[in-house]
Design a protein around this ligand. Structure first.
Ligand code: SAH
Ligand code: SF4
Ligand code: F3S
Length: 449
């Protein structure tokens, strides 16, 4: 219910989980200042668009959306752009007349004051980096039903030549382990049982005293937590200590999203990924040896400057060698100011070649994934019911190793864990037949335990 006295805010989120988590912090900050969250832009007093700058099409979408949002604005509505595009473009975004605020990821604390200023007709850009800022005193306002995104590290100290993130998020810094553990206890008290630890190279986490292995052990031991995940690690930061922690902490799930980007050592060198094809494979071998039943997913970029057919074939062959459960695949997008921009123009891979390679990669990865999925029929496994499936009739659930399983609606409720037998697959997702329901009667308010 919207109370007539409270100002309302709607935040539309684009990009990665870090942005989803930042939106939760922004809602938290504004709630502490008397704002009420609403689920759509119509009639909202404040509309914030939390943006992503990773590829050109992410930005084009936002520009289009800002135009559309004009329709939902009343005479006093304040529109702000936040996130990575705000950080990247800064005051350039104020050229859009109905945008009054441009706020980068380290300046969300100033939101209430800046909105007040905008109400008085002022327009602001706030894009300073603040290496101390972790929003420790802000209580995130979470909307996700079963899992909590917990940022443990902000920024990035790598400088992959294609990537805008170091420009939009600044240098790497880690939260104190005790603060992450405190937040984990809070999310358990809110009734959630899964946490996803977030950072751009999350396994390089270091708070001065503790490393990522310590963090996994501490978070994984919090009473009430049943699943711990994290994203995204960098292959160079997988110490034996981290692999041992993954293997030994029962709540840490058997899934690693391990961005590969390319299977060609020469492309990886031009990307400044700081590992070779062989190094990547060696990391996969160590992870698989240490963690039985481990599932791997990845990110791949097609058409990086200078990519030859032979180099692209190396990407295909590495996919065949590793057998990823799934992959996010992207066409290279040139970002202003990145080192890739200074590469010779003749290295540019023509659009039609990129599209052909991209299609070939998608076919290969999906085919390998389907073949692997067919071997899983008949398996008995634990799933967590996450949400109502898109068809509106079944529930969408997940295995510990990150497979999507559709289960019948009568199998339980959102937030329940249950054992299922994998009885069907579309190739990409599965259907599961419940074996034994561990039903927890959930009170509407309070703890689930
Ligand atoms: N920090 C993470 C990645 C964050 S960006 C890591 O290092 O793995 C998510 C993914 O977007 C990247 O893994 C990469 O595959 C893709 N990406 C980043 N910049 C890109 C660009 N300029 N063009 C196309 N894809 C890009
Ligand atoms: Fe970008 Fe590389 Fe940092 Fe990932 S590790 S955020 S790809 S610079
Ligand atoms: Fe996009 Fe920024 Fe995340 S560029 S991918 S929202 S860190």
């Amino acid at each position: 219910m919207t109370s007539p006295t409270k100002p309302t805010v709607y935040i539309e989120t684009y990009g990665c989980q870090m942005n989803v988590s930042d939106s939760e912090l922004m809602y938290g900050t504004l709630a502490a200042h008397g704002y009420e969250a609403v689920s759509g832009p119509e009639g909202a007093d404040v509309i914030l668009v939390n943006t992503c700058a990773i590829r050109e099409n992410a930005e084009t979408r936002v520009i289009g959306r800002l135009g559309e949002l004009k329709r939902h604005m009343g005479p006093k509505t304040i529109v702000g752009v936040t996130g990575c595009m705000a950080q990247r473009l800064g005051p350039r975004l104020l050229k859009t007349k109905h945008v009054s605020l441009v706020i980068g990821p380290d300046s969300y604390r100033a939101l209430p004051a800046l909105i007040d200023g905008a109400r008085r007709g002022e327009r602001f850009t706030a894009t300073d980096f603040d290496l101390e800022e972790h929003y420790e005193d802000v209580v995130a306002r979470r909307f996700e039903g079963v899992k909590a995104w917990i940022p443990v590290q902000r920024g990035c100290n790598y400088r992959c030549t294609y990537c805008i993130v170091p420009f939009t998020r600044g240098s790497e810094r880690s939260r104190q382990l005790a603060d992450v553990v405190r937040e984990t206890h809070e999310v358990v008290a809110q009734g959630l049982t899964e946490v996803v630890l977030l950072g751009q190279t999350v396994n390089s986490y270091n708070d001065g005293t503790h490393d990522f292995a310590d963090l996994l052990r501490a978070v994984g031991a919090v009473d009430g937590i049943r699943r711990v995940r994290y994203t995204s690690p960098h292959p160079n930061d997988f110490s034996d200590r981290v692999i041992a922690a993954m293997a030994e902490v029962p709540t840490v799930c058997e899934h690693v999203h391990l961005p590969m980007q390319s299977g060609s050592t020469s492309v990886l060198k031009r990307m400044l990924r700081r590992y070779s094809r062989e190094d990547y494979l060696a990391c996969v071998t160590r992870l698989r040896a240490g963690i039985p039943g481990l599932a791997l997913t990845t990110d791949i970029i097609v058409g990086f400057p200078g990519e030859t057919d032979a180099e692209f074939e190396d990407t295909l062959s590495l996919c065949r060698e590793v057998l990823f459960h799934d992959a996010f695949m992207f066409k290279f997008s040139m970002r202003e100011g990145t080192p890739a921009e200074r590469m010779p123009v003749e290295w540019t891979v023509p659009d039609d070649v990129v599209t052909e390679r991209f299609n070939r990669l998608v076919t290969t990865v999906r085919g390998l994934s389907r073949d692997g999925n067919l071997t899983r029929l008949g398996l008995k496994t634990e799933v967590l019911i996450e949400k109502v499936a898109r068809d509106g009739e079944m529930f969408q659930a997940r295995t510990r190793d990150f497979k999507t399983v559709m289960v019948p609606a009568e199998a339980g409720r959102i937030g329940d864990y249950l054992m299922v037998e994998i009885t069907g697959t579309t190739g990409a997702t599965f259907t599961g037949t419940p074996l034994k329901v561990e039903r927890k009667m959930l009170p509407l308010i309070g703890s689930r335990e």
